[in-house]
Design a protein around this ligand. Sequence first.
Ligand SMILES: C[S@@+](CC[C@H](N)C(=O)[O-])C[C@H]1O[C@@H](n2cnc3c(N)ncnc32)[C@H](O)[C@@H]1O
Length: 277
Amino acid sequence: MKKTITDIINFLNKECGYDYAGHYPSMLLRRIMVRVEETHAGNISDYSRLLQSTPGEAEKLIETLTISVSMFFRNSLTFEIISQQLLPALLHSKITSGNHEFRIWSAGCATGEEPYSLSIILSDTFSRESQPFESTIFATDMDEKAIRFAKKGIYGAATMNEVKFGYLNKYFKQDGEFYKISKAVKSMVSFSRYDLLDPTNFAPPESVFGMFDMVLCRNVLIYFNPEYQEKIFYKIFRSLSPGGYLVLGESESIHAKYSNAFREINRIAKVFQKMQL
Ligand SMILES: C[S@@+](CC[C@H](N)C(=O)[O-])C[C@H]1O[C@@H](n2cnc3c(N)ncnc32)[C@H](O)[C@@H]1O
């Protein structure tokens, strides 16, 4: 069984360039078994042979392995803290430094609900300021299909439960059963495909040099073992500006190797700040 899973991981890496070696085997096995059933392969060894001899099956398996569930304002406390604590602090330091540009990275943005939620609260915050501010939210995911969906900015009601009525009226346009995100909110987000395990770039190439004021990496690290989490933390750490904020998913925590590099801002919402040099 273990050898078959390793064969499948090696094949996906060779064929598609995806590295699943850092995922928990039990989680991988559960998802692979979905394809075993769907293809009527009978067992995992037969499925491994089918995978390696059937064009297109690798893509189908990757789709099954990818969990890109998201929603607007997921874990609403997190967004309250961003809007009421982090953004005012960042505004203050931007005004002091005279640099009015915010740089934010949504790492593992799935279908776009997270970066658009951020863009909404940034738009709202900026609209109350007397001075002009600009922001770019670099939103990345390794799932090309999720990125294509996100770029459209059109959502069904299922992911919108947590959107406040005021935001719904101001930042969305309803079209039948769907909600289209406003142009202003959309224009603040730059989507691109980026694999967090890519060894060649420590930050998304679109962002050129990182230096983010805030990085959100939520509900991504849970899928990786500590060795791979460390690789991702290295990127997050390098790409965050000193004093910048890191927001994790509610069941995630700072990797032990980086615990001294961050101070905790909010334990429940998993918000941290990178220590100043
Ligand atoms: C459960 S979604 C989280 C979406 C959003 N951050 C949220 O919390 O609602 C996890 C996302 O992580 C992405 N992901 C997993 N491994 C990745 C990797 N190595 N590089 C980039 N994205 C990855 C998946 O494609 C998926 O879209």
